[in-house]
Design a protein around this ligand. Structure first.
Ligand code: COA
Length: 157
């Protein structure tokens, strides 16, 4: 079995190079690159990224960000929750449990979780125990959020 240790990613030039292998490389990564370049003395920046390495290579990653209670529009009672985006396992490593390991890591904080996944991954999210929220246009606009919550928490009616 592979060792699927989830690590908080240190954002440096090496990590940003690894990020280029992921399909969802975009403005967030470019802005981290700019931050690095603007702050050469520091050489590493804080980021919400977590990932799993196989040897030296990053094979799966996600952004996992804690949002404060005042932003919560999804859970009852209102509380801090986690938001996941950019969950992705590199193609050659899919279906080997990396995605599950990242989600189990996120669940281990025992806070509710919200994500707005890409359309084709619904079976994966279903298996991870995430359920669609009741669509509310004012809140959700173009998103189709999925949520997971620990015992004692429910979705806002
Ligand atoms: N369709 C159906 N089931 C899927 C699936 C898919 N696309 N991806 C994963 N699963 C299932 C696995 O079979 C596994 O089931 P099991 O526990 O019963 O064995 C469970 O979900 C966990 O899978 P895991 O191996 O941990 O997931 P992963 O590392 O492959 O990551 C994604 C899942 C969605 C994050 C990954 O496929 C990804 O990054 N995809 C990018 C693009 C995308 O969204 N593709 C979707 C298919 S086109």
């Amino acid at each position: 079995m592979y060792n699927k240790d989830v690590k908080r990613l240190k954002i440096n030039y090496k990590t940003l190079e690894e990020f280029k292998k992921f399909k969802e490389y975009g403005i967030q990564e470019l802005s981290m690159l700019e931050d690095l370049q603007a702050n050469i003395s520091e050489n590493e920046i804080e980021s919400p990224f977590f990932g799993i390495y196989l040897g030296d290579s990053l094979v799966a990653r996600m952004s996992l960000y804690k949002r404060g209670k005042k932003y919560d529009q999804y859970f009852e009672p209102s509380q801090e929750y986690l938001e996941i985006w950019k969950l992705e396992t590199l193609k050659d490593y899919q279906q080997q449990g990396y995605g599950r390991a990242l989600i189990e890591f996120a669940k281990s904080f025992n806070l509710p979780i919200k994500t707005s996944p890409r359309v084709k991954s619904s079976e994966f999210w279903n298996k991870m125990g995430f359920t669609p929220v009741k669509y509310d246009m004012d809140r959700d606009l173009g998103e189709n959020p999925l949520v997971w919550h620990p015992a004692g928490v429910s979705q806002k009616a």
